[in-house]
Design a protein around this ligand. Structure first.
Ligand code: ARG
Length: 458
């Protein structure tokens, strides 16, 4: 008998275009390992509940093992005619084991089946991603440790603000990626619930044991409403939102790497293996990897919006719209995992140029705040100190010199509270070392922060 699993009701076949339009097998076949895992757990429960017999279950197990091997060996024949991953596997199972294969779908629908598959897929993706976030954080911590004392200008509005340590700067990203890992772990709790048993939308007339299936598949709980279980993809949206934030953090870092590697700045170099040249300009070495990561962030943000838009107009319960959840989700996972892997590797390929960083920190009056704080400590109210230093900076701008180039006499024109000890305060080292509290840029704090993150990551 030819035709689709559901074709008995129909009086004419679908056109080839409609077939291609409605099929998902060419992208959802990557769910196959999860589909098989879910089917085996379902079959095990059917058998335990005496809905199928032990021989059926044994046949299903045997058939699924063969299908697994065929897929792994690239020998499995995926057919567009069979629409999706679920029907392809079920059809092959029936070819291999006969009636037991036809009994597998008892008490189940593709609606709860696909929802289960995606949850298993997202759960595995989160576990991978959290491993990669850990690798990236450890690589960045190593870089931060090498440069706990390296000074560069910190910027606000892209204008020189105050001296900071490079280690401290890098640890800012370690914090961001740490929150990203927390977000992923939190999302996992809501991903890790079992839709199976919801069947098409209303549940099933068979005496199923959902808790048993949940336990077999490692889910923390079952979905408590069948309509919700088959129709909502909020867990995938939440995952994409968390992924978009990881990429946003990656993108900010990428932007800084690009700026730092520009010859006009020259703070770092990036190992050749992450860069490419120009087909016309022989001298070029371009930071392609950070630039592409910045670009790919747009694509992941787009996937988040695609899924939100996919969901917003759907009435309960399942609608075919949901088949469109997969490509954005898969591409989000692929893009994010590749990006994290490459960034963890690239962190070790960054060469820091401390002299260029130091030169830059010596321009732009980075220690002006230190001078104001100095005057406050000598008794001047902060607003008056701010004004006195601002006037001193103006004079330095006109003279083309640094604050520390002024003589004590010249400084006395701005405040007679200034004494010889001011020159220590105006040094870059004095400036960073003085910010010695939790969250501050002092090398001492950088080392403590590194120890804290390493202890946390084990
Ligand atoms: N391929 C479908 C999807 O991805 C599976 C569920 C289809 N269910 C249905 N009744 N057409 O969502």
């Amino acid at each position: 008998k030819k035709g689709e699993a559901w074709s008995a009701r129909f009086s004419e076949p679908v056109s080839d275009l409609v077939k291609r339009y409605t099929a998902s097998v060419f992208f959802d076949k990557r769910l196959a390992p999860f589909d098989i895992e879910g089917s085996l757990a379902h079959a095990e429960m059917l058998q335990a509940q005496h809905i199928i017999d032990a021989q059926d279950y044994a046949d299903i197990q045997r058939g699924m093992e063969q299908i697994r091997t065929e897929i792994a060996d690239g020998k499995f024949e995926w057919l567009l005619d069979l629409e999706d991953v679920h029907l392809n596997i079920e059809k092959r199972l029936t070819e291999l084991v006969g009636d037991a294969g036809k009994r597998l779908h008892t008490g189940r629908s593709r609606n709860d089946q696909v929802a289960t598959d995606i949850r298993l897929y997202v759960r595995a993706a989160i576990d991978d991603i959290n491993g990669l976030l850990r690798d990236l954080r450890l690589a960045l911590v190593d870089l931060a440790e090498q440069h706990a004392d390296t000074i560069l200008p910190g910027f606000t509005h892209m204008q020189v603000a105050q001296p900071i340590t490079f280690g401290h700067h890098i640890l800012a990203y370690v914090e961001m990626f740490g929150r990203d890992a927390e977000r992923m772990a939190d999302c996992r709790k809501r991903v890790n619930r079992l839709p199976l048993g919801a069947a098409a939308l209303a549940g099933t007339t068979f005496p199923i044991d959902r808790e048993r299936v949940a336990k077999t598949l490692g889910f923390d709980d079952v979905c408590h409403n069948s309509l919700d279980a088959v129709s909502d993809r909020d867990f995938a949206i939440e995952f994409c939102a968390a992924a978009a934030l990881v990429m946003t953090h990656i993108s900010r870092m990428a932007e800084e790497l690009v700026i730092w590697m520009s010859p006009r700045v020259g703070f770092i170099d990036i190992a050749d293996r992450f860069c490419t040249g120009s087909s016309i300009m022989p001298q070029k070495k371009n930071p392609d990897v950070p630039e592409l990561a910045r670009g790919k962030t747009g694509r992941v943000n787009g996937h988040l919006i695609a899924l939100l838009t996919l969901m917003k107009g759907q009435p309960l319960a399942y609608n075919k719209d949901n088949q469109e959840d997969k490509e954005p989700l898969f591409d989000t996972v692929d893009t994010l995992t590749d990006t994290l892997r490459i960034f963890a590797d690239m962190a070790g390929g960054i060469t820091v140029k401390p002299a260029a960083m130091r030169d830059a920190a010596l321009q732009g009056y980075a220690t002006a705040t230190d001078l104001a704080d100095y005057l406050v400590k000598k008794g001047l109210p902060f607003r008056d100190a701010h004004e006195a230093v601002a006037r001193a900076v103006r004079v330095c701008v006109d003279k083309g010199c640094d604050l520390s180039d002024l003589t004590l006499d010249e400084m006395h024109k701005f405040s007679d509270l200034i004494e010889l000890d001011v020159f220590q305060v105006l040094t870059l080292e004095g400036s960073v070392a003085a910010r010695d509290h939790v969250g501050g840029t002092a090398p001492n704090q950088v080392r403590k922060a590194i120890a804290r993150v390493r202890a946390q990551l084990g």
